[in-house]
Design a protein around this ligand. Structure first.
Ligand code: PLP
Length: 399
């Protein structure tokens, strides 16, 4: 017997991966320098030197059996404490190690948070466009993915639209800022409005049920450090029932090493039960014990800055050129994606035509909205430079 739901997830695979595979094959055919692959969110800058230094130090100083051994399921106490202290320094909080659960990257963080916060049959709201894996993780938890459109011009979350989508079965809302795929960052006022909406729902529910049953806000933040000046507000300061999901995949350029965390501020009995459910979900999903060597890297590098300058230069190069060629797009405040309006209503057809110019963006349909494409500019600047005549020719082909 095969699990048909899992078969479908595997057989469909991800559009992003499909384009990436095409790019690899095409590079073999016509040379890597002639293919402009903007599909993946793989950081183009190397991990900072502090990461290599940390690994070397661990190899030299930590006995091998300990270095490569199991850590406690929620992570090394020193790694959890290092994360808590770093957050305290940055956001004026008073977290401790027991608020932090180390994970195998943000994919695990969000999956775990969903399994901890949501029961089969309940609903989880996502803001469209959204990272396509959310639907897979939500449905794997037996829940229903409810799409709420972002503002169609700014791609900001619209608290009123979230309010309208909430039902008695709504268990959680996922937000992601800086956003993949639009680069949007939600300002403090918008997040406060969203918090107010959720507080109102919680109050009404408590009155009706006779016990609290708050909507959980899952804040997926792997791009927190990649911003071009805008503030990324600390969500738990605005809404108590927030679970923060993080990874070092983007900030330290370590996507292949699989390390991150879930934060559940232990402010109430409900939050303590939620953290126990996080531990239970990690156990149930087989995600216990994040990579031991990289938990040690987290201890050493928790405050190592991200080299945002390289992405900022790519962003400027790409946006200046695309603007000049007549494209419209959302000015990204963070992350390393440009959300560009397709030059025809069907984004898939636009991407097909772009392929003829060896340009490989990702059509927006896989992110839950029609008519746009995502251009990942976490690539070598030369790739962007070489791609510019192709972008121009693509635009001219529509005139
Ligand atoms: N969430 C978002 C919004 C992402 O863009 C990604 C990866 O691209 C993830 C989660 C998964 O991150 P990780 O590679 O750390 O599992």
């Amino acid at each position: 017997m095969i699990n048909e739901q899992m078969y479908a997830f595997g057989a469909e695979s991800s559009k992003i991966r499909e384009i990436f595979s095409y790019a690899c094959a095409r590079k073999e055919e016509i040379g890597a320098e002639n293919v402009f692959d903007f599909s993946l969110g793989n950081p183009s800058i190397p991990a900072p030197a502090a990461v290599q230094e940390s690994i070397a130090r661990s190899l030299a100083e930590v006995p091998a059996a300990e270095l490569h051994g199991y850590t406690p399921a929620p992570g090394l106490p020193a790694a959890r404490a290092a994360v808590a202290s770093s957050l305290n320094r940055r956001f004026g909080t008073t977290y401790t190690a027991s608020d932090v659960f180390m994970t195998v990257g943000a994919a695990a963080s969000v999956s775990i948070a969903l399994h901890a916060a949501v029961c089969p049959g309940e609903e989880v709201i996502v803001i469209a466009p959204y990272f396509p894996e959310y639907r897979v993780w939500i449905e794997t938890a037996g829940a229903v993915c409810v799409e709420v459109p972002a503002d169609p011009e700014t791609f900001q979350v619209v608290p009123g639209a979230v309010a309208a989508a909430i039902t008695p079965r709504t268990a959680a809302v996922i937000i992601n800022a800086p956003n993949n795929p639009t680069g949007a960052i939600y300002p403090r006022e918008t997040l406060s409005e969203l918090a107010e909406v959720l507080e109102e729902v919680n109050a009404a529910r408590e009155q009706e049920l006779g016990h609290p049953q708050p909507v959980v806000l899952i804040s997926d933040e792997p791009y927190r450090e990649i911003t071009y000046g805008a503030e990324v507000p600390w969500v738990p300061a605005l809404y108590e029932h927030t679970v923060v999901c993080y990874s070092y995949s983007k900030s330290l350029s370590l996507p292949g090493e699989r390390v991150g965390w879930v934060l559940v501020p232990q402010v109430s009995e409900g939050a303590r039960r939620m953290m126990a459910a996080v531990a239970g979900a990690a156990r149930a999903l087989g995600f216990v014990c994040a990579p031991a060597l990289f938990q040690r890297v987290v201890i050493d590098c928790v405050d190592t800055p991200t080299d945002v300058a390289a992405y900022a230069r790519n962003r400027e190069l790409l946006t200046d050129a695309l603007r000049a060629y007549g494209y419209t797009f959302v000015e990204p405040d963070g992350a390393f994606y440009l959300w560009v309006r397709a030059l025809e209503p069907d984004a898939e057809a636009f991407c097909e035509r772009a392929r003829g110019f060896e340009l490989l963006p990702v059509p927006s349909d896989s992110f839950g909205v029609p008519g746009w494409v995502r251009v990942g500019y976490c690539v070598a600047p030369e790739t962007i430079e070489r791609s510019l005549p192709a972008w121009q020719a693509l635009a001219e082909s529509y005139r």
